[in-house]
Ligand binder design. Structure first.
Ligand code: KG4
Ligand code: ZN
Length: 342
């Protein structure tokens, strides 16, 4: 295995509604991580309000960076590079983190590394808390399932920073489907955790939902599943029946998990992957974690619960591999709100 140079990275993440900063050593050992969530602010709108998000980042970014540095017990002069989420995400939110990172890089004369947010999610599986034993890192070729609020895709990784996208969603992302179904069932924002909670008391076998057949077997489609839930809810309402929210949530969740698990395992077999990795906000879902962890065909990497949703530790980890492998960025770089991973 290649020896990579040791380095400490400070990373900033502001792609959506979390203002986050982290410091990591050698891509894996997390020294400090802060996530300032705006969830309560956006809850009243039932979703992220972009202008409110960017202005909240402006207010939070300096305290979040200061708090992270204080927690890490090191100072800026011990840092080797600044990493920052360049995209995909909300332009107005990304710009706040980007400008903070540029200011830090300029003021310290450190290199800056622009990181793809989706690459960050994938690298969250490399992270562990400094002081704890390092878990074995994921091995290539690796089948990576990315399931977040905006993306659902399968990539085969043959090496660090090397991705080939095999398929993606034709319509809604998995997280988006959880969020929309939560709204249909009258469950509170944020939808994913609400559906999971409601499903705990439900019967996952009560309702059977359709599995779409797609031309590319590695593509996903969740809008049909969401529409099936909608029709069922409308029919039940017409008959003046009380909505069996727990059973609906559990049955929807079981279908979504089943689709994600089966397609990922099939892709892993077809492409000769050694191991499987699951990343992105939806990987926080307990039923999904359990489904992947209870199969025995492939070793599976799922990030620690706190690293599944947006954070800067994952950006620091990906930023380290970019920095160590010579992929530094220009200070003149712009944000890329629709930047694909591959
Ligand atoms: O990765 P993430 O934090 O932000 C994006 O990059 O999009 O993902 C957010 C998504 C949301 O759609 C949220 O509902 C979903 O992840 N999510 C969950 C759970 N926790 C977060 N979905 C299902 N079950 C959960 N426990
Ligand atoms: Zn994310």
């Amino acid at each position: 295995m290649r020896e990579l140079k040791p380095a400490r990275i400070l990373a900033i993440e502001t792609s959506c509604d979390e203002t986050a900063c982290a410091v990591i050593e050698n891509g894996r050992a997390l020294l400090a991580s802060t996530v300032a969530s705006q969830m309560d602010i956006h809850a009243r709108y039932g979703g992220v309000f972009p202008e409110v998000a960017s202005r909240q980042h402006v207010l939070s970014i300096i305290p979040v960076v200061e708090q992270t540095l204080a927690q890490s017990n090191i100072s800026l002069k011990d840092i080797d590079a600044i990493a920052v989420t360049r995209g995909p995400g909300l332009a107005g939110s990304l710009v706040v983190g980007m400008n903070m990172a540029k200011g830090l890089a300029l003021g310290t004369d450190l290199p800056i590394v622009g990181v793809n947010h989706l690459e960050g999610h994938i690298y969250s599986s490399w992270v562990y808390n400094a002081g704890e034993a390092a878990p074995v890192e994921p091995q290539f070729p690796l089948m990576a399932l990315l399931v977040s609020g905006g993306h659902t895709e399968l990539n085969i990784m043959t090496d660090h920073l090397t991705y080939k996208r095999l398929g993606s969603t034709r319509d809604d992302a998995a997280g988006e489907a959880f969020d929309k179904v939560a709204r249909l069932l009258g469950l509170p924002y944020p939808g994913g955790p609400s559906v999971q909670k409601a499903a705990e008391n439900g019967d996952p076998t009560r309702f059977k939902f359709p599995r779409p057949k797609l031309e590319n077997p590695y593509d996903f489609s969740f809008s049909g599943l969401k529409t099936a839930v909608l029709y069922l809810v409308n029919n039940l309402k017409k008959q003046n029946e009380t909505l069996p929210v727990a059973d609906l949530a559990a049955s929807f969740q079981a279908s979504a998990v089943d689709i994600l698990l089966n397609k990922t395992l099939q892709a892993a077999r077809d492409f000769g992957a050694k191991e499987v990795l699951v990343a992105g906000g939806v990987s926080a879902n307990r039923a999904l974690r359990q489904a992947f962890q209870s199969q025995t065909e492939f070793k599976v990497h799922i990030p620690a619960f706190s690293l599944c949703t947006d954070n800067a530790a994952m950006i620091a980890a990906a930023g380290y591999y970019r920095y160590a492998l010579g992929h530094v960025s220009e200070l003149s770089m712009d944000v890329q709100p629709t930047w694909p991973l591959s």
